[in-house]
Design a protein around this ligand. Structure first.
Ligand SMILES: [Zn+2]
Length: 256
């Protein structure tokens, strides 16, 4: 039996077990003893980044050489995306942009531009409900994923989507069944600069630099500004590309 099935089974039997213990006059110690571990396992599988208990998640690319994968979340962004594309093209680097469906709908020309410049596009939900996606039921998870795919495919007919990234990396047990239906795979990461929460370029770049190695997956975000109000993503990407070049690594789109 898979870890996924065990956790789901445990969460299914824990509430009636707790109820039975309560009915038999058992103490709170035993009632909590039935419920807390079941919920803790569910929360761990859902909220711990890159945990694969609910299903497979790519955390490193199969690399035959000094190759890495740069992934850029939360676009498209009219201020950042064109600059990011110029930086990538300037170094002959390729990246995957995980786009939010509602933003793609607002800036369809940027979606087309990313593809025209030879980069890849991934699904990052329609609304990007970062605070609640992990708590959604099957129908809402499905809606977020399929609606985003539909928007991207309407902008770029014939587009073949391969990857999905969950908002903030949180994903519950409903996500993998939805991905299977949509023909998508879950993309994790091996290193992130935490540029979604930090505005400190030095700190963000140091975190990314520490993760440079064969097969690394870098996670960064667009649509943010630094402490001085300057666009953050182009600065982060410029530093990362520079470090990769110095260490003789190539940013590619994985074939798996
Ligand atoms: Zn995001």
């Amino acid at each position: 039996m898979s870890v996924r099935s065990l956790i789901l089974l445990f969460n299914l039997v824990a509430p009636p077990m707790a109820l039975a213990i309560w009915g038999l006059g058992g103490s709170w110690f035993w009632i909590c003893g039935a419920l807390i571990p079941a919920h803790a396992l569910w929360l761990w599988a859902t909220l711990v980044p890159n945990c694969s208990w609910w299903g497979p998640q790519l955390r490193r690319i199969n690399s035959a050489g000094r190759n890495v994968w740069i992934t850029i979340d939360d676009g498209p962004d009219p201020a950042d995306t064109p600059q990011l594309l110029d930086l990538l093209d300037g170094q002959g680097a390729k990246a995957t942009f995980f786009l939010i469906g509602s933003r793609a709908e607002r800036y369809p020309e940027l979606v087309k531009l990313i593809l025209a410049r030879g980069h890849e596009i991934g699904n990052h939900t329609y609304h990007h409900p970062a605070g609640w996606f992990w708590f959604f039921g099957q129908r809402k998870v499905n809606d977020e994923i399929t609606h985003c795919s539909e928007v991207l495919k309407a902008i770029a007919p014939g587009l073949k989507l391969r990857w999905f990234r969950a908002p903030a990396g949180f994903r519950n047990h409903h996500v993998h069944p939805s991905l299977e239906k949509s023909g998508l795979k879950l993309a994790g990461w091996s290193v992130r600069g935490r540029d979604g929460v930090s505005q400190d370029l030095g700190l963000i770049s140091a975190r990314l630099r520490s993760g440079i190695q064969e097969g690394a997956i870098f996670l960064m975000h667009e649509g943010r500004v630094d402490q001085k109000g300057n666009r953050l993503a182009p600065q982060v990407l410029a530093c990362l590309l520079d470090e990769l070049q110095k260490a003789d690594y190539k940013a590619v789109i994985p074939t798996v």
